[in-house]
Design a protein around this ligand. Structure first.
Ligand SMILES: NC(=O)c1ccc[n+]([C@@H]2O[C@H](COP(=O)([O-])OP(=O)(O)OC[C@H]3O[C@@H](n4cnc5c(N)ncnc54)[C@H](OP(=O)(O)O)[C@@H]3O)[C@@H](O)[C@H]2O)c1
Length: 339
């Protein structure tokens, strides 16, 4: 579908998108679920008609206040409506594209790596030598979290399903727990820091695997109620934290300029490399969204998930895409495909 190029403001950069990344956030924004999301994304329908936020591409034009980029520069970061040929981004949410990665790889970095970085460094205050448990280690955020925790000098255990154990080891985990057959909270090991990205386990379950003064950072997890989703558990954790010896925290990633720059450096120095699930041409945006959503449904049903990392686009065909104008129904259980 053809639509007009986005209009750029004085602080905006118009990016010719070469690749766009998609993660669970895109599903939340599209479905408006949990309802809490609609405060920002629109009550009756998504305010933004084009899906996608992560992007990599070439600068096409810049607003008059933009000083850091010029037409022709290769960039990556967070924009609005990246599942299209052109997207707009604030200059503060872009960084130069690392030369060592393709556009497709780079498009998968910004949101997930930022979340992993801030969860470990800011909320978790990770230190070298600590024992760190990463739950959801085979996903978009988790694969960055494993690599970053190793870069911080931690001893890392990743929790994932059977099909992803080799992958999680290959990106640096010292130990891997297959959650389909083992329980990380069986009392054999305790962790100084737990990063909870997936699974939506109860706080009591998670705390059983923490050292008495350890830190739990809740940063994701699908499911939960229709109104608050996983947020409900995070809010309970914050209220409980002052009453217990362990530190219970939640993370909402902040799209900070210096952190996006820092990610670029971490890539250039080989500390992190994106793991991509699969790529789609832009014309198959809806298939990519279904793939993400089906993975969600399969996890709720306790089955294995589809591949590692996230759905991801390459756009060789340079066609424009427009999503449905109203919130579609949320994905229901049982529609998962196995690959
Ligand atoms: N707080 C923030 O600011 C922020 C930012 C970005 C994302 N998020 C949230 O973080 C979560 C993860 O995002 P993502 O992009 O990493 O999603 P993703 O790519 O779909 O990864 C989630 C991973 O969790 C694994 N998993 C599913 N059930 C599990 C269980 N019971 N125990 C352990 N692992 C399990 C899945 O693989 P296997 O089951 O095959 O191992 C999958 O690889 C989402 O809920 C997202 O909304 C939060």
């Amino acid at each position: 579908m053809d639509i007009d190029r986005p209009v750029t403001g004085d602080d905006d950069v118009l990016v010719h998108v070469h690749a766009a990344g998609l993660d669970q956030g895109a599903i939340h924004l599209m479905t408006g679920m949990p309802y809490l999301m609609r405060l920002g994304s629109g009550f009756r329908a998504p305010k933004r008609r084009v899906r996608g936020r992560e992007l990599a591409g070439r600068v096409e034009a810049v607003g008059k206040n933009v000083t850091r980029f010029k037409p022709g520069d290769e960039v990556f970061g967070i924009g609005e409506g990246s599942c299209a040929e052109y997207a707009c981004a604030r200059q503060s949410k872009l960084a130069p594209k690392p030369a060592s990665l393709t556009f497709e790889q780079t498009a998968a970095v910004a949101v997930s790596a930022l979340t992993a970085l801030q969860a470990l460094r800011d909320a978790g205050k990770v230190r070298a030598g600590q024992k760190v448990l990463i739950i959801g280690a085979g996903g978009g955020v988790g694969t960055f979290a494993v690599q970053l925790a190793k870069a911080f000098g931690a001893d890392v255990t990743g929790v994932c399903s059977t099909t992803k154990t080799d992958l999680v080891r290959s990106i640096g985990a010292d130990d891997v727990i297959d959650y389909t057959s083992e329980d990380f909270a069986d009392g054999k090991h305790r962790y100084d820091l737990i990063l909870d990205i997936a699974g939506n386990r109860s706080l009591s379950h998670l705390r059983r695997a923490l050292t008495p003064r350890g830190t739990l950072v809740l940063c994701g997890g699908e499911g939960g109620g229709r109104w608050l989703g996983g947020m409900d558990r995070s809010l309970r954790a914050i209220m409980l934290s002052p009453l217990v010896s362990q530190h219970l925290r939640m993370l909402l990633a902040n799209e900070r300029e210096q952190d996006i720059q820092h990610l670029s450096e971490l890539i250039e120095t080989g500390k992190i490399t994106p793991v991509i699930d699969r790529t789609y041409p832009l014309s198959e945006t809806s298939a990519a969204m279904r793939h993400l959503a089906d993975g969600h449904a399969s996890r709720e049903g306790g089955h294995r998930c589809l591949g590692a990392g996230r759905a991801h686009f390459s756009c060789p065909q340079r066609r424009l895409c427009l999503p449905p104008p109203r919130h579609p129904r949320p994905v229901t259980r049982g529609s998962a495909q196995q690959t």
